[in-house]
Ligand binder design. Structure first.
Ligand code: B1M
Length: 210
């Protein structure tokens, strides 16, 4: 099955093979969500498991991540429903100390698909940068991603700085990433937690359209 082939190529970090297989799956009219979930994300789960068990190391994971980003770039126009006009602005980033950006990039892609203008601050973003950028761009939403248990606490700082700078009641703070959950959202005083990129985009649209 082509999904298994995509997963296997991703695990080996074979970017060109991943791209070719994804193009083939697209040409065969397979559902883009399945190509993402059953191919790329399934492969990345195995990479994560092997990384945890010391069967793979940082360079292996980096090449897998590079292949993943190349693959999602091909899927981007198909996953994102074409948005015409901007429905609002989102400032997005991965929190301070954290360099994981694949999930954040997916959230950005889905939000752009819903019609948002997304200001991407990248990785290792401080609370001050999130808030300053939201002020500069007059953004309705700040979206924070964290993949490490050691960095997720930064989200509380984003809420704190937004309060200090006087924009807390004007901005919706959304959070997500593997270690984050609903209880954590409540504990840091953020507004919305979603488990995946698609639901993040849906919830963001509700914020500006309601
Ligand atoms: Co890292 N890493 N990593 N890593 N890495 C994890 C996260 C880890 C779980 C691996 C493991 O041990 N099994 C572990 C964290 C353990 C913990 O904190 N409890 C870990 C570790 C320990 C580390 C280092 C500390 C390793 C080291 O150096 N010793 C180091 C830290 C560096 C740093 O950030 N300061 C490190 C480094 C790296 C690489 C650089 C090599 C690379 C990142 C490359 C990159 O991102 N460009 C990497 C990778 C790739 C991973 C794994 C294998 C895959 C992460 C990923 O991209 N998943 C990961 C293991 C795993 O998750 N299985 C692991 C796919 C992605 C689509 O999922 O980002 O969860 P995710 O996004 C999901 C949801 O979470 C959600 O939507 C997406 C799905 O639709 N989501 C949101 C994400 N953000 C959201 C925001 C929202 C809403 C939803 O609203 C705003």
């Amino acid at each position: 099955m082509i999904y298994d082939d995509i997963s296997a190529a991703l695990q080996k970090g074979r970017r060109k093979d991943v791209e070719a297989l994804i193009q083939q799956a697209i040409d065969d009219k397979l559902p883009p969500k399945d190509i993402l979930n059953k191919g790329l994300l399934a492969g990345m789960d195995i990479v994560g498991e092997k990384f945890k068990n010391n069967e793979l190391y940082v360079p292996d994971v980096l090449v897998a991540a590079r292949a993943m980003n190349a693959g999602t770039a091909l899927l981007k126009p198909l996953l994102a429903e074409a948005g015409v006009e901007s429905i609002g602005k989102v400032v997005i980033g991965t929190v301070l100390g954290d360099l994981h950006d694949i999930g954040k990039n997916l959230v950005k892609m889905m939000m752009e698909g819903k019609g948002f203008e997304v200001i991407d601050l990248g990785v290792n973003v401080s609370a001050e940068q999130f808030v300053q950028s939201a002020i500069e761009h007059d953004a309705e939403i700040i979206a924070c991603s964290a993949l490490l248990t050691t960095t997720m606490g930064e989200m509380a700082n984003v809420v704190k700085v937004a309060t200090e700078k006087g924009i807390r009641d004007k901005v919706t703070i959304m959070i997500g990433g593997a270690p984050v959950n609903e209880a954590f959202k409540i504990s840091v005083g953020a507004d919305i937690y979603t488990p995946d990129a698609a639901s993040a985009a849906e919830e963001a649209a509700k914020v500006v359209l309601n």
